[in-house]
Design a protein around this ligand. Structure first.
Ligand SMILES: [Zn+2]
Length: 618
């Protein structure tokens, strides 16, 4: 998860093994889904037949609880089959995306999805025409239907902001140009962009693509080169600054239009309604983080000192504190990972060992393979994980992260009926970041080299800065920008730059030297255009996971055992309730300052450990 990147995954093309030359034990085995394409085709045909049967149920719901139950069960059948049919083709495609035959099969499923969504469009309006008390009485009398209580009642809750047929039709017409500001942003910043050429101190001239820019900031130890890259990169955006401001204004007005049309008080209310999150959560997140910038500033002051810099800039924040080129072979990590989750109990470790031993993971890169990493929840089978493991520390933590997602899938699928097996993004990044935190503890406890300890600590700290502090700053910016249009105030590039610059100063205080071009940072953040009010969820997940980590690793044996039980219950609960009550039952209340402060405390501890490790080295 790289939240600051604009685009482009840089894949090292050298020394790639052909897929056929990689031993089977490092490749996933999709035969657990279907033995082969024939069986896949049969399932696809079956799926199509079931979709037809679902469409034929239109007009039956009002006839009583049995008909409603039958429709719900058929929808579940379709859903389960969909996972298998989709992922078999999708995962095969990701093994080698150059294979057109497989890509065509994948597209066949996508076409069927479009049919399925048409075939089920009747359900919500037909259900919602029946008064909720009637459906509630049905659920009381029909035990099979009672299982669907949360799902059904939530449809009625969502209904509050659904308009009449005429209104919905009008909104659906408007939605066709909703994506224009983001499409134009993508075209301006990617397709039409002219990447500048810069000259580095060592002599060569390089074209400053997004990948090149990130690489210079993360690896070039010459501060002058980083400054040159920073300036050229930001001037590229400055050249079109008023256009970026207009596009962003379009995003703000669109959000406000939809919020007003649906009767929300604010754009924030509209964004939070889906998951039933109280706005106080975001306000608490922003206020408590602003009050907790002490360790963030200490970290950057420490970096300035260790790197031996006279001035410290935004472009100095990604360079490693020490050089440490250690390799982490996959075989070692396979042992360490289950060991790191010992605090969660033997069952949990056992599930993880199963996954590592049973060909759930596609480990190494090969020509044509999809880049990055993910965990795919194949309900009724097991999760699959795609990696591009390259023996670096980043790759190790990526595996720990994806393993967290997979364990969530395993526990949720084992304990929830299909309808509640999927979890929301608001919870999803809790187990993944917690898995990383446990792995860090394990690695720190076993590190024998001071340099390795420093690298581990920096990795963890940079994770908190990037996934937590930066995302909360972004959320604050989005909130302030949206308030401009809500209050009928003008939106200009100067105004947006002022909001962003003030936020930077609030966070970094005197721990950083500010370049004028930093003001326009807002113009280059893709998430502001593509997914407004989204990234705060990474920060709330991080806060939840920090609070859980605290409960899992401190206090008496009995307290810790309770915390483990509550945490496993959270994972087993899947999507059976809204995120807030699920987290509250796990001991996490996101509306309370102490939850957010758990991250601040975590960072404080890590920075102190880093100070000690550096003192030992020098
Ligand atoms: Zn994740």
């Amino acid at each position: 998860m790289d939240l600051l990147s604009t685009a482009e995954a840089v894949a090292p093309a050298s020394e790639l093994r052909n897929r056929a030359d990689i031993p089977d034990r490092f490749k996933w085995d999709l035969a657990d889904i279907f033995p082969g394409w024939n069986e896949w085709q049969q399932a696809l045909d079956e799926l199509e037949a079931k979709i037809g049967a679902y469409a034929a149920r239109q007009g039956t719901l009002a006839h009583g609880p049995d008909r409603l139950l039958a429709a719900m069960q058929l929808a579940d059948d379709i859903g389960q089959l969909t996972y298998k049919v989709w992922y078999f083709a999708g995962l095969k495609h990701d093994e080698d995306q150059r294979d057109n035959t497989i890509n065509a099969k994948r597209q066949q499923v996508q076409i069927l999805f479009a049919k399925a969504s048409q075939a089920s469009a009747w359900f919500n309006p037909e259900l919602l025409a029946i008064p909720l008390p009637t459906v509630q009485a049905w659920m009381t009398g029909q035990p099979g239907l009672a299982m669907y209580r949360f799902a059904l009642e939530d449809l009625y809750r969502q209904q509050e902001h659904v308009l009449d047929e005429k209104g919905e039709h009008l909104l659906s017409l408007a939605s066709r140009f909703s994506s224009a500001p983001n499409d134009a942003y993508a075209a301006l910043s990617t397709a039409d962009v002219k990447h500048p050429a810069i000259k580095l101190s060592t002599g060569p001239e390089v074209t400053l693509t997004y990948g090149q820019y990130r690489a210079i900031l993360a690896t070039n130890r010459h501060q002058g080169d980083r400054a040159t890259a920073f300036e050229a990169y930001h001037k590229m955006f400055a050249a079109n600054l008023n256009t970026y401001a207009s596009l962003y204004h379009g995003v703000l007005q669109r959000d406000w239009f939809h919020s007003q049309a649906r009767g929300y008080r604010s754009t924030l209310d509209a964004a939070l309604h889906g998951n039933n999150i109280p706005p106080a959560v975001v306000e608490n997140l922003i206020e408590t983080t602003k009050a907790g910038t002490g360790p963030l500033r200490r970290y950057h002051r420490l970096r300035k000192r260790v790197l031996g810099l006279d001035t410290y800039h935004n472009y100095d924040a990604a360079i490693p504190l020490v050089d440490f080129d250690h390799k982490y072979p996959y075989e070692h990590v396979q042992e360490w990972l289950p060991a790191s989750v010992a605090p969660l109990g033997a069952d949990y470790q056992g599930h993880m060992r199963d996954g590592l031993a049973s060909r759930w993971i596609d480990v190494y890169e090969n020509p044509g393979k999809r880049s990055g990493a993910y965990s795919a929840p194949v309900y009724g089978v097991h999760p699959y994980m795609l990696l591009n493991y390259n023996d670096t520390l980043d790759a190790v933590f990526t595996l720990a992260h994806e393993m967290g997602h997979s364990m969530h899938t395993i526990l949720s699928s084992a304990h929830q009926p299909f309808v509640y097996s999927a979890y929301t993004i608001f919870i999803a990044e809790v187990p993944s970041t917690l898995s990383e935190a446990l792995f860090l503890e394990y690695m720190l406890a076993h590190a024998t080299d001071d340099r390795e300890r420093i690298v581990l600590l920096q990795h963890a700290i940079d994770g908190i800065v990037g996934t937590f502090y930066t995302q909360v700053l972004f959320a604050d910016y989005e909130l302030q920008a949206h308030r401009l249009v809500e209050e009928g105030r003008p939106v200009t590039s100067d105004g947006l730059s002022e909001i962003y610059f003030n936020l930077l100063k609030t966070y970094y205080g005197d721990a950083m030297d500010y370049d004028e071009l930093l003001r326009i940072t807002w113009s280059r953040i893709p998430h502001f255009y593509s997914t407004p009010y989204y990234v705060y969820q990474y920060a709330t997940c991080f806060a939840s996971s920090a609070q859980l980590m605290k409960q899992l690793t401190t206090g008496s044996d009995a307290d810790r055992a309770d915390a483990v039980g509550r945490y496993l219950t959270l994972l087993k609960s899947g999507g059976s309730d809204h995120p807030m009550p699920l987290l509250q039952r796990a001991g996490v209340d996101l509306s309370k300052p102490e939850t957010v402060r758990a991250v601040v405390d975590q960072l404080d501890t890590l920075v102190t450990q880093l100070e000690h490790a550096i003192a030992k080295l020098s």
